[in-house]
Design a binder for this molecule. Structure first.
Ligand SMILES: NC(=O)c1ccc[n+]([C@@H]2O[C@H](COP(=O)([O-])OP(=O)(O)OC[C@H]3O[C@@H](n4cnc5c(N)ncnc54)[C@H](OP(=O)(O)O)[C@@H]3O)[C@@H](O)[C@H]2O)c1
Length: 296
């Protein structure tokens, strides 16, 4: 059955892939980003959503400047509004119109101090940064509203750069640029976690929301728990770039926000996403061909 799907943050790294996946499957997709809507304006947002009356609302809007909001009060206010308050407001409109609501969160809700084995969906969050705290409160407010909601945690998103005004390149694309320019890069090797390829997450989100899965928290990340250093080594091997990668400790960078040491997310509820190395191959091919959306 064709669904009316609203994607908020449709020009972001993940949002743009969600638009492709749902449109390619034949659903009626509306993508809103800055210019169409400012989700900080709660009453305007509610009015617009009610007018559209979607069956599914997917919120890919977030404040992601982890370090900036740790040390700057104005930035923290922005992070709090978008990450902690807006998700509950959106969940509430979804409940009002009977829409499914999907929202994204992060491995940074965990402190990363666990010994081994990773965090399953029911592990107790304990954020160690203000960004992590804002995302955790957002999760709690969505769950408190209830309705047909999905909170999807991911970590270390990579993919094609977003088309929004302030779009960032992913870690791999940035490191590739530096390596081509300088011949050497350094990468943190004492922080471990999972990577998430945006098209894979968009496809996994698609199945989750249209599968009548139980409401609640999900971990949707590519398989494989690695450090930034290990993942970068793999990427450079795939793209055959002969640059030196120096393993360094996270402590050697000045970063205002604390990072979890091991924030591996375990997906115990849904079909596993492919191994991150396969996803990296797809990303490299797509980047090389300069092509648009490919889910492979
Ligand atoms: N990136 C990661 O490594 C990572 C890791 C863990 C979890 N996540 C989560 O994954 C989700 C998707 O992240 P992403 O990296 O795809 O985000 P993104 O690229 O920053 O995309 C967010 C989009 O929302 C837009 N936006 C921001 N504020 C808005 C507002 N007030 N009203 C309307 N649109 C607004 C942004 O526009 P501008 O760009 O112009 O601001 C951007 O187009 C988020 O929930 C994020 O917290 C991401």
């Amino acid at each position: 059955m064709i669904k009316k799907v609203l994607i908020l943050g449709s020009k972001g790294m993940l949002g743009q892939e969600l638009v492709c996946v749902f449109s390619e499957a034949g659903h009626k997709v509306t993508g809103w980003d800055f210019g169409d809507i400012d989700v900080n304006d709660a009453s305007d947002t509610r009015e617009k959503i009610i007018m559209l009356h979607p069956d599914v609302i997917i919120n890919a809007v977030a404040y992601n400047a982890v370090d900036l909001c740790e040390e700057d009060e104005n930035e923290f206010e922005k992070a709090w509004r978008l990450n902690a308050e807006v998700p509950g407001e959106l969940a509430s409109v979804a409940l009002e119109i009977g829409a499914v609501f999907a929202h994204y969160s992060t491995d940074y809700v965990f402190d990363g101090e666990q010994r081994s084995g990773g965090y399953s969906e029911d592990a107790i969050p304990n954020p160690v940064s203000r960004y992590g705290e804002s995302k955790f409160i957002g999760e709690k407010s969505v769950a408190a509203i209830g309705g047909r909601y999905f909170i999807i945690r991911l970590s270390k998103l990579f993919g094609m750069p977003a088309s929004s005004v302030s779009a960032k390149k992913s870690f791999f694309a940035k490191m590739e640029e530096v390596a081509r320019e300088k011949g050497a890069v350094s990468a943190v090797d004492d922080e471990t976690g999972c990577f998430t390829y945006a098209p894979d997450l968009a496809s996994a989100t698609y199945s989750l929301v249209l599968d009548s899965a139980p409401v609640g928290v999900y971990h949707l990340v590519n398989e494989g728990s690695v450090s930034w250093y290990e993942a970068l080594r793999e990427y450079f091997r795939i793209i055959r770039i002969d640059a030196e990668i120096m393993p360094v400790s996270g402590a050697s960078f000045t970063r205002p926000a604390r990072r979890p040491k091991d924030s591996t997310l375990c997906n115990t509820k849904r079909p596993a996403l492919r191994d991150y190395r396969e996803a990296l191959e797809s990303f490299a091919n797509r980047k090389e061909s300069g092509s648009g959306h490919i889910v492979s």
